[in-house]
Ligand binder design. Structure first.
Ligand SMILES: *Cc1c(COP(=O)(O)O)cnc(C)c1O
Length: 359
């Protein structure tokens, strides 16, 4: 058996220890005589799995009691619609910060429901920066402010939490949640698709302040109303039971690693190593200012794009896979989420040096 270092942006690597644990429990969970996949979501076995996962997430993120944690389906992309459907209330506009491909998708969806004010837009620079707080044109009568703290494709990350002066702040944290400690109380709502830093695909986690519930537009489908899911402990219908269970194993693993403080230290070290390898060479380049470089998604280009294919082929031979950059950016992208071991980053850096010397 070989496990490769998989730099995919998502679905991404899961901790080997988590997959092994799932393997051990695969046929018979905790002497229940059932696989988790076969359990009724309303049975006592599954209920214990589900509530432990929620409690562990609350513990590691220090989620205040006045927030609901929802385990939903439809990915982060469904949240692009659910956010305006649920949170506009009697307002008619919302502020969106446009810092990349995922912001753009959120904006396109929101436009179906409200007037979208673009509070800032970094497309001019090819989405390689983030706006400063002073550059944000925020409206005091916006229903909410939406932004993407980490742009998965551009590898651009906010180094501050926007101050919105009381307007609810909504964050698409799909590619940065659990990468380090964050102050949840600064946000009205956080959402994240699972397949980057949480667990398998099929699950989307929503952390929403309770006072925001109950204002959904009248024609909101029950399944798209946060209140429905909050009132039913995310079991209004059958949830993504296995993905939820796997997420729970990941939360336990994070606790064992020392929680988000420890994850943050490891992640920063991993990112520092990779950016140092890029910066200390005339062969590799990353266009993002240091303060805004993502810890999770590291795009880089080679001095000669004609060598891209050879770089990728050589990397695959070394067990370093899925390094091809997004088509909109080109070059390479190494996604180094929590489950990417530090040895994976070390191996990539060593390969980059060897490739550079050879060319
Ligand atoms: C991957 C990603 C999404 C889309 O997630 P899905 O679960 O595929 O809908 C949205 N936003 C960001 C920031 C992402 O990285």
């Amino acid at each position: 058996m070989t496990r490769l270092f998989n730099f995919s942006a998502g679905p991404a690597m899961l901790p080997t220890a988590v997959i092994k644990r799932a393997q051990q429990e695969m046929l018979d969970w905790n002497a229940s005589g059932m696989s988790v996949m076969e359990m009724s979501h309303r049975g006592k076995e599954y209920m214990s799995i589900a509530s432990k996962a929620e409690q562990d997430l609350r513990d590691i993120m220090a989620i205040p009691d006045n927030y609901k944690v929802l385990f939903l389906q439809g990915g982060a992309s469904l949240q692009f619609a659910m956010v305006p459907l649920n949170l506009l209330g009697d307002k008619t506009s919302a502020d969106y910060i446009n810092t990349g491909m995922w912001s753009k998708k959120a904006i396109a969806e929101a436009k179906r429901y409200c007037t979208v004010n673009i509070a800032a837009d970094t497309s001019d620079g090819g989405f390689t920066t983030v706006p400063t707080q002073e550059e944000l044109k925020l409206n005091s009568d916006a229903a909410f402010v939406h932004y993407t703290p980490n742009e998965t494709i551009g590898g651009v990350e906010f180094d501050y939490i926007p101050e919105t002066n009381g307007v609810p702040l909504i964050a698409d944290m799909s590619s940065t949640i659990l990468s380090r400690p964050i102050d949840v109380s600064k946000f009205a709502m956080i959402y994240a698709g699972a397949q980057k830093n949480i667990g398998p695909a099929g699950l989307c986690i929503v952390i929403v302040r309770e006072d925001l519930l109950g204002n959904a537009a009248a024609n909101t489908p029950a399944m798209l109303n946060y209140e429905t899911h909050a009132n039913n402990a995310s079991m209004y219908n059958t949830p993504a039971t296995y993905s939820w269970y796997m997420a729970g194993l990941v939360f336990e693993w994070i606790k064992e690693q020392g929680g988000l403080q420890a994850m943050g230290e490891i992640n920063q070290r991993k990112a520092d190593k990779l950016y140092a390898a890029i910066d200390n060479s005339a062969f590799y380049a990353n266009p993002v200012p240091k303060a805004n470089r993502s810890w999770m998604n590291v795009p880089f280009t080679l001095a000669d794009a004609d060598l891209d294919a050879a770089f990728l082929a050589g990397a695959t031979e070394k067990g370093l896979i899925t390094l091809k950059g997004h088509r909109s950016v080109g070059g390479m992208r190494a996604s180094i989420y929590n489950a990417m071991p530090e040895e994976g980053v070390d191996a990539l850096v060593a390969y980059m040096k060897a490739f550079e010397s050879a060319h």
